[in-house]
Design a protein around this ligand. Structure first.
Ligand SMILES: *Cc1c(COP(=O)(O)O)cnc(C)c1O
Length: 390
């Protein structure tokens, strides 16, 4: 048999439970494990250190990202904070300017307490990246495409700069998943996921992952995970494994619809801008196409004002209005007051998170129903403009 496609790998080889032949990995609800003898301990001893259901998930996550070591955490933020625990007092990190709001909060509010400094840099500006690196810079933290303006970073170029300067690279791959982007193959050292999003896909759990193919990093993360203890429970590990099985079909369908919605919005007179890496008008389109095999199901767009955004949101029937993304249901959010509320207004504006910006995570509803719904809500928002003109 030739090399398997990722869609197949999402499903195959998970388990054949030895006792019963169960096709699903059992949920091992056990905190502790009998040790066979006084001298020989088995593979599991205590579920913070390792649990068979979580281990099956971690093995699958490593396989999908082309890694050798994977670790499942109780949230994306737990995975991210644990990754930052590689650092020591006196270290410095370079972080992408349009980083996820929770990561921004961690970097600005928690790291300084441990004398770890940071620089936020526009990673699309390679000169600025080189200039930001200091003798004590330990890693560069990337997201591509980023949240919420879908900016694309040249991953290979950043990896090259990092290696020249003895830095590691960490990449939050939540938006594309291993199905569309394989950061380890591009030279990135550590891949991070909020598995709350596309990987689980059903808005039912909060989970995070760290994946690497570097043995020494793997061992350090195993130590950090066991010591810090923010592990994913067995039941959520099971749900995440179930979600991953349908990732291929879900993501492809949602991406196809997202591409059509992005083109539709681009043509609409009320919409001032659309951010989606699948549009040839997108700044990072070419770089994106050179490093990812799909465009993903998240896009954002700009309406003329906060009032337009309000009317639009109030008129919309199908997408739920909420934070989060990557689910079977389409999710519309208002970044200025939701995901990026933790960011000071000036910082938000600098990153393009304006008062008319809306982010849409496209789900699995029928494409035509979604476009019809968007169209009628845009019509309602257009009436606002007409009223003002009159
Ligand atoms: C949601 C999200 C996170 C945080 O993950 P949680 O599971 O909510 O802790 C980190 N990065 C990105 C890109 C996200 O969308």
């Amino acid at each position: 048999m030739g090399e398997q496609h990722l869609e197949t790998a999402c499903i195959r080889g998970l388990h054949k439970e030895q006792l019963t032949g169960s096709v699903n990995v059992p949920i091992y609800l056990s905190s502790t494990y009998h040790q066979e003898s006084f001298d020989d301990f088995g593979p599991f001893d205590y579920s913070r250190s390792g649990n068979p259901t979580r281990a099956a998930l971690e093995k699958k996550a490593a396989e999908l990202e082309g890694g050798t070591h994977a670790f499942a955490f109780s949230s994306g933020m737990a995975a991210i904070s644990s990754a930052f625990m590689l650092l020591s007092a006196g270290d410095h990190v370079v972080v992408t300017e349009d980083v996820y709001g929770g990561t921004y909060r961690f970097v600005t509010e928690i790291l300084p307490k441990f004398q770890i400094s940071h620089s936020f840099v526009d990673l699309t500006d390679l000169d600025a990246v080189e200039a930001a690196i200091q003798p004590n810079t330990k890693f560069i933290y990337l997201e591509s495409p980023s949240n919420p303006c879908l900016r694309v970073t040249d991953i290979r170029a950043i990896v090259r700069i990092a290696k020249q300067n003895d830095c590691l690279t960490f990449l939050d791959n939540t938006f594309l998943t291993p199905l569309y982007q394989q950061p380890l193959a591009l030279g990135v050292d550590v891949v991070i996921h909020s598995a709350t999003k596309f990987l689980s896909g059903h808005s039912d759990i909060i989970a995070g992952l760290l994946i690497t193919k570097d043995r020494s990093l793997g061992e350090r993360f195993a130590f950090i995970q066991n010591t810090f203890g923010a592990i994913l429970g067995a039941q959520d590990s099971y749900l995440l494994l179930q979600g991953i099985k349908t990732l291929g079909t879900r993501l492809r369908q949602s991406t196809e619809t997202a591409q059509r919605i992005a083109s539709f919005l681009l043509e609409h007179p009320l919409v001032e801008n659309v951010f989606y890496p699948g549009l040839s008008t997108h700044d990072g389109h070419e770089i994106h196409t050179g490093q990812a095999s799909g465009n993903g199901a998240v896009l954002s767009f700009v309406l003329p004002s906060k009032e337009h955004a309000r009317v639009f949101v109030e008129q919309l029937r199908i997408p739920i209005f909420a934070v989060s993304l990557g689910a079977v249901e389409s999710i519309l959010s208002y970044p200025a007051a939701m995901s990026h509320a933790a960011m000071p207004e000036a910082e938000r504006k600098k990153r393009g998170i304006t008062d008319g910006l809306l982010r849409l995570s496209v789900g699995l509803e029928h494409t035509e129903d979604l476009i019809g719904d968007l169209l009628q809500a845009l019509k309602a928002a257009e009436r606002l403009t007409e009223t003002v003109k009159n």
